[in-house]
Design a protein around this ligand. Structure first.
Ligand code: NAD
Length: 308
């Protein structure tokens, strides 16, 4: 199969994720047309040759493909709609890729309302945190037409690990996969925080407890790797705000509701996340629920400071 690789990439949403992703697209040689409500977020890209567009419609009109990387479905809806919105500027037959963590409703409505326009729409949310966005090693979960993914593969490869750019099914499945990944990861986080807190309070050395968990059937990638961000460095990952983590958990429970599956455990995890958000603020890191437990037991879970 051969086709022309889109060269002009529009990108809307230059936050924690979008800033790293666009830097990598620029490095890979794509011409960028960018927009954000915070113009200052584009300064470095513009210095590197990117064009600024005043509205999403202008981004779409000047690009071969438009990518959105926005906080919530509501923000995506805003960027799409109205006379200055993406849909007003995109050509018939044009391509829109939503890489936000979101739900299928918005894109489904766009498809239904624009059926005659022949738009190509992919959902392609990502994992890998802001560090993965910066170093171009994101995992990308693509829902939609597989031929569209192949046409856009060089663009995805500029932002993600080529081995981890996965076609996961029809439109909407990328969003679903991403929400389930986050749901399980947040559940691991809460379960691990609870277990470590109980064990430490029961007098077990934190390092010994963690090593024992690792050597047992209860081991997980979270216990082995991800929790170290806190245990070694006291880093709760402010690169992903807890407000957005709560958004993801809410969307995940909405999805469970829409497919008729009870989400009892997920709902409890969501409540614990909401408590942490209320206590530490919207901008606190996604791993801040661990701090709830630390505050409760009066001990910071740090490998070098906690002793038996
Ligand atoms: P962010 O809040 O840091 O960035 C969002 C950007 O969108 C901001 O620059 C904001 O100004 C811009 N924006 C908002 N409304 C806009 C509008 N109407 N027009 C133009 N720009 C607008 O968020 P983020 O951390 O970059 O996350 C983006 C998406 O990626 C979210 O859906 C999030 O859940 C998902 N995600 C984040 C991470 C992470 O570690 N941060 C990891 C994986 C997925």
């Amino acid at each position: 199969m051969s086709f022309e690789i889109p060269q002009r990439v529009g990108f809307i949403g230059l936050g924690n994720m979008g800033s790293g992703m666009t830097r990598n697209l620029q490095r890979a040689g794509f011409a960028l047309i960018v927009n954000d409500i915070r113009r200052e977020s584009a300064a470095e890209l513009i210095a590197g040759g990117a064009e600024w567009a005043e509205t999403p419609a202008e981004v779409a009109a000047q690009s071969d493909v438009v990518i959105t990387m926005l906080p919530t479905p509501r923000h995506v809806e805003t960027v799409l709609s109205g006379p200055t919105g993406l849909l007003a500027g995109i050509a018939d037959g044009g391509t829109w890729v939503d890489m936000s963590t979101s739900v299928p409703d918005v894109a489904n409505r766009v498809r239904a309302e624009n059926a005659a326009r022949g738009l190509h729409i992919l959902d392609a949310p990502v994992s890998g945190m802001s560090v993965g966005a910066s170093n171009g090693m994101l995992q990308i979960f693509v829902g939609g037409d597989a031929a569209d993914l192949e046409r856009l593969r060089p663009i995805f490869e500029a932002m993600g690990d080529p081995e981890k750019i996965l076609h996961v099914g029809a439109a909407g499945t990328g969003y679903a996969v991403k929400l389930m990944i986050n749901q399980l990861w947040f559940s691991h986080l809460v379960a691990t925080a609870e277990v470590l807190s109980i064990g430490v309070k029961a007098g077990v050395d934190l390092g010994v407890l963690r090593n024992s968990l690792i050597a047992s059937p209860a081991n997980s990638n979270f216990v082995q790797n991800d929790i170290l961000s806190i245990l070694d460095n006291g880093d709760y990952d402010e690169g992903f705000a807890i407000a957005l983590a709560c958004k993801d958990l809410g969307l995940s429970i909405d999805l469970a509701r829409s497919v008729g599956v009870p989400a009892e455990l997920s709902s409890l995890v969501e409540q614990i996340y909401r408590r942490a958000r209320a206590q530490y603020g919207d901008r606190a890191g996604e791993m801040t629920p661990v701090k709830l437990y630390e505050d409760l037991i009066g001990v910071e879970l740090r490998l070098e400071t906690v002793t038996a």
